[in-house]
Design a protein. Structure first.
Length: 492
């Protein structure tokens, strides 16, 4: 039976009006953001214009502010921005969506000025703007036809020269909710604006570098083309980009969806965008997955399967292998899966094979792979190896030991003092695994007692680490390990 929540509307109503009012008043005294929300709710009793007036004062203050926000006040500042968008959305939005969207656009237009005033490395301030953009899209369906028709002009007035990119984001949020005629006029206005601006910029080329809005406006035209269902215009605009900037996979996917498989095949095979500065070799799993689906649609299932297998051989992608196996007749998939596993175990890139076995998942084969390459694992891979070791502790203690030792050795060899706490934890794990690991360890792998002794000899000055472990505790660990048979490393 589900537990009843400690707080609920009915329970709060039971406190009575006076008690609730006092609680609200007390919290409003402590919390400036909450106080503003309460004031907006009270203003709402006088109608949407009163709420809008209250919001306008806050927006005007935000637009006028120039001082830099110190790091210790950045979180409170971001919370205040979120509170402002919440007020616009929850208090003004239901009563007057057009007025709410006007205020959201005013708020979004402050982003460039605000980002100059605050260090937003946490992303909280930017999240407030994305929240406002999403709210604009959520409110757009509530507009009257006349209000919706006027929205493109309002967006261009507020954000038409914004260099940050939010203009395209707002367009994407509202475009699905606007009348087709409005979208067509908006696209025409953008087309004219691009042509005019390009003429102006051609005359300014000798002035040095400057930011051009035309790329952002062109992106908006593609968003509008999608909303209008005009795939040919979308493609024509994509072709105007430089080849390495074209999103070939997105166009191919749209063409496949539209049943235009032959054209989709041409697009998916174009070089297209680069990944981290490298040209795609045609075997990236995303590209292959799409191209294989296109080949299936054209009826060339044999070529599709050959492509999937070639990609798996190159990238050991679990998703690609699943697609490949789904297309095989019954019982043939079992043999193919075994062949794939054998290929991964023999891979020249064990790290990639390990990720495959984790994704499949086959922890037993992951353990076999790790054991086959005991010195391959980089203890600097702290983002994945501790998780893998944890998964293997119960059934594969020797393999878990290999990984925990790699992690601990990396920390101590590199004197990563900030990670000494993790190192102490890994040593504790090794101690717990010692009994089972020592009894089944392979030739060439030292036992736990010997490993501990070597640590002490190799890193006697790592006092920060030994303090974490506790010298007395370490001696007890060595003593406990020493009471078990000591295995002599076979160097031969």
């Amino acid at each position: 039976m589900a537990r009843e929540p400690a707080l609920s509307t009915d329970k709060l109503k039971g406190l009575g009006v006076e008690k609730l009012a006092q609680l609200v008043l007390d919290e409003a005294e402590r919390n400036a953001g909450f106080r503003r929300q309460v004031k907006a709710a009270l203003a709402g009793k006088s109608g949407p214009e009163a709420i809008a007036k209250l919001i306008d004062r806050r927006l005007s203050g935000l637009a006028r502010a120039k001082s830099f926000i110190e790091w210790d006040k950045a979180r409170a500042f971001a919370d205040d921005l979120h509170s402002l968008t919440d007020t616009i959305t929850s208090e003004l939005g239901p009563a007057a969506p057009a007025l709410a969207i006007d205020r959201l656009l005013r708020f979004i237009a402050t982003h460039e000025q605000v980002f100059e005033r605050v260090d937003d490395s946490s992303g909280r301030v930017q999240d407030a703007y994305y929240q406002a953009i999403a709210a604009t899209g959520d409110l757009a369906p509530s507009l009257t036809p006349q209000e919706a028709d006027a929205l493109p002009e309002k967006i261009m007035t507020a954000l038409g020269e914004s260099t940050h990119g939010y203009l395209a984001d707002v367009t994407e949020a509202v475009a699905p909710h606007l009348p087709q005629d409005s979208l067509g006029r908006w696209d025409g206005d953008l087309k004219d604006a691009i042509a005019e601006r390009q003429t102006e910029e051609a005359a300014r080329k000798s002035d040095g570098w400057f930011y051009s809005m035309t790329s952002q406006w062109a992106k908006m035209r593609q968003i509008l083309a999608l909303a209008r269902g005009d795939l040919d215009l979308l493609i024509a605009l994509e072709l105007k980009k430089k080849p390495h900037m074209q999103d070939t996979l997105a166009i191919a996917a749209r063409l496949l969806e539209a049943g235009r498989s032959a054209e989709a095949l041409e697009w998916v095979r174009k070089p297209g965008q680069r990944t981290f500065g490298k040209v795609d070799d045609g075997l990236s799993p995303d590209r292959v997955s799409l191209e294989a689906r296109i080949l299936d649609a054209t009826g060339d299932k044999q070529a599709a399967q050959a492509l999937r297998w070639r990609c798996f051989e190159s990238r050991l992608s679990a998703d690609i292998l699943r697609d490949y196996l789904k297309q095989l007749p019954d019982f043939e998939d079992i043999e193919a899966e075994d062949r794939a596993h054998a290929l991964a175990l023999e891979s020249a890139e064990p790290e990639m094979a390990l990720q495959f076995f984790l994704d499949w998942p086959r922890l037993d084969l992951a353990a076999k792979l790790i054991a086959a390459h005991p010195h391959r694992w980089d203890g600097g891979d702290w983002h994945i190896l501790p998780k893998v070791a944890g998964l293997l502790e119960h059934d594969h203690p020797v393999v878990a030991t290999i990984l925990y030792r790699a992690l601990l050795d990396n920390i101590l060899d590199r004197a990563r003092s900030k990670a000494y706490g993790h190192g102490a934890k890994y040593l504790g794990k090794l101690t717990l695994l010692a009994s089972e690991a020592d009894s089944s360890r392979p030739s060439g792998m030292v036992d736990h007692a010997t490993y501990l002794a070597k640590l002490k000899t190799a890193h006697p000055r790592k006092s920060g680490f030994w303090a974490r472990v506790g010298d007395g505790e370490l001696k007890e660990q060595i003593a406990r390990a020493a009471r078990r048979p000591v295995w002599i490393k076979d160097d031969g």
